[in-house]
Ligand binder design. Structure first.
Ligand SMILES: C[S@@+](CC[C@H](N)C(=O)[O-])C[C@H]1O[C@@H](n2cnc3c(N)ncnc32)[C@H](O)[C@@H]1O
Length: 215
């Protein structure tokens, strides 16, 4: 991908998705029942008092699946309509900032147990994605974990999954190897899994877990 290219497409029909209500409705329509709960239980694994930073949080729909016992939730996103909707919906359950992914996006002095970057890396060209992994790494306490999920190109992919991925607002959908190479710029320990059943239609999602090793 060209340096400086913008990998987030929000013209034409995609512009509708910038509205939090439309985005949430599409998620509810497409997501298979129980898939968010599974992602939280198997991958995020929140624990009482844990501190969570959500990069590209959108309208913060993930909060609906995180237990009230989490200690802190901070989300940021570049879309002001999403951040406004998150503040309206979640009030004091979270702190929300309207920011793009850059070094200044990181709230100073905080050390998080878990950083989420759900569905955002495929919206970022390589330079910005590398910044995201750097921000996530620096935000974590040693032993803390980064979780990402993104649509992914695989060999022998169902034609409908490939067709749908081609219509995503995020124009930087990659292969598993390409996502992992970006994550490895900062995280030496990466585990990844491909999920085939998150949506009600054929689709392929890559979940990556990067751990900040102790130092
Ligand atoms: C597919 S949505 C995922 C939202 C949410 N994490 C979820 O799982 O429902 C991708 C999000 O990334 C945000 N985004 C894209 N590029 C961004 C950037 N450069 N900085 C901050 N947010 C960005 C978009 O506004 C959008 O909310």
């Amino acid at each position: 991908m060209k340096a400086g290219a913008n990998a987030h497409h929000d013209t034409g029909l995609h512009r509708l998705l910038d509205r939090a209500g439309v985005y949430d409705a599409l998620q509810n329509l497409l997501l298979r029942k129980g898939s968010r709960e599974r992602y939280v239980g198997e991958f995020i694994r929140p624990f009482p008092g844990c501190r969570i930073l959500d990069i590209g949080c959108g309208p913060a729909g993930m909060l609906a699946y995180l237990p009230p016992s989490i200690g802190q939730y901070v989300g940021f996103d570049m879309n002001p309509a999403y951040i406004e909707a998150a503040r309206r919906r979640w009030g004091s359950r979270g702190t929300f900032y309207c920011r793009k992914v850059d070094a200044a996006a990181l709230p100073a002095g905080d050390a998080y147990d878990i950083v989420l970057a759900n569905g955002i890396v495929h919206h970022l060209e390589d330079a910005e994605a590398l910044r995201l992994f750097d921000i996530a790494y620096r935000a974590l306490r040693p032993g803390g974990r980064l979780l990402t999920y993104d649509n992914v190109y695989i060999e022998s992919q169902h034609w409908f999954a490939r067709w749908l991925i081609g219509r995503d607002r995020g124009k930087a959908v990659r292969t598993r190897e390409a996502y992992e190479a970006l994550a490895r710029s900062r995280f030496t320990r990466i585990e990844s899994t491909i999920l085939y059943d998150t949506l009600r239609v054929p689709y392929t999602i890559l979940v990556m877990c990067g751990t900040r090793t102790g130092e």
